[in-house]
Design a binder for this molecule. Structure first.
Ligand code: ZN
Ligand code: ZN
Length: 279
């Protein structure tokens, strides 16, 4: 399992990214669903301060404090710097749980800052927040999970395999390869639509898609299906997962996607507003 997601616009959203034990947002019901796996979480990245994305955090902290398992490990909550709603919520949670057995770290982060998850030899995996447009009252971020990888330098890519292995022996592998950054997961957070450059060439784009019909939208705070498809095409994603879908479309999402699937060259799936999604 890579991802476990629950998301219903207005009610609750949370995304568990298993390879790094990360929770992106912590809406209501996250502890109830994750049950005793809740103490596996090492990092929580909050996209913004709206209640449907943060209300479950208190239970995450409280459950982790009382459950079995390695509860002594610190839990770090990252959030957009200067987001006062989140700061006040974290203050409250700390006050309400003054007997915590683990360290609860509140960590404000800035756009484009690198937050390292692991680093060994030439390998690194980190998170980079990016700014998104949502509501004016709230600082909102999307997040990229990025890892460094090695590939052949451009000038060697068309050579036959024997030639490459000869060059590698003669010059050393470091001389014929280069390190590059690969986005493995992009989480949009709530947004009117991300800048496609922020998700360029990502493996998985998780983009909010509150409205399946653009004409259903009243305020320009959330994205619609046609906009998200356009963003995913421009960003050249490998896979698109739609989430934060309004419950008005429950049971009807497949119908909206039917025609779209024929015209795109990436995989598309969606988080049904009534069920937990697993990948
Ligand atoms: Zn929301
Ligand atoms: Zn929101």
């Amino acid at each position: 399992m890579i991802l476990q997601i629950y998301s219903k616009a207005l009610y609750s959203t949370w995304i568990y990214y298993a390879p790094e034990r990360i929770l992106f947002d912590a809406g209501e019901g996250v502890s109830l669903t994750m049950s005793n796996r809740i103490y596996a979480i090492r990092h929580v990245f909050l996209t913004h301060g709206h209640i449907d994305h943060i209300s479950g955090l208190w239970t995450v902290v409280n459950t982790r404090n009382n459950s079995m398992g390695d509860r002594e490990k610190p839990l770090t909550v990252y959030y957009p710097k200067e987001n006062t709603a989140i700061e006040e919520w974290l203050e409250f949670i700390k006050k309400a749980n003054d007997d915590l057995r683990f360290e609860l770290i509140a960590q404000p982060v800035s756009a484009q800052e690198k937050i390292f998850l692991r680093q060994a030899g030439g390998f690194a995996r980190y998170i980079v927040p990016f700014k998104v447009k949502h509501t004016v009252q709230d600082f909102s971020f999307g997040y990229n999970v990025i890892e460094t990888r090695r590939r052949l330098k451009q000038e060697y890519r068309d050579l036959p395999e024997e030639e490459i292995s000869r060059l590698s022996k003669r010059l050393g592998p470091d001389q014929i390869t280069e390190i590059y950054e690969k986005k493995i997961l992009t989480v949009s957070g709530d947004t009117f639509g991300i800048d496609p450059m922020d998700a360029k060439d990502t493996e998985i784009l998780l983009h909010e898609c509150t409205f399946l019909k653009t004409s259903d939208r009243r305020m320009n705070a959330h994205a619609s299906l046609e906009e998200v498809i356009e963003i995913a095409c421009q960003a050249n994603v490998q896979r698109l997962i739609l989430y934060h879908i309004s419950s008005r479309y429950s049971g009807k999402v497949d119908r909206y996607l039917r025609n779209i699937k024929e015209n795109i060259n990436f995989q598309i799936s969606y988080v049904d507003p009534e069920t937990v999604f697993t990948l």
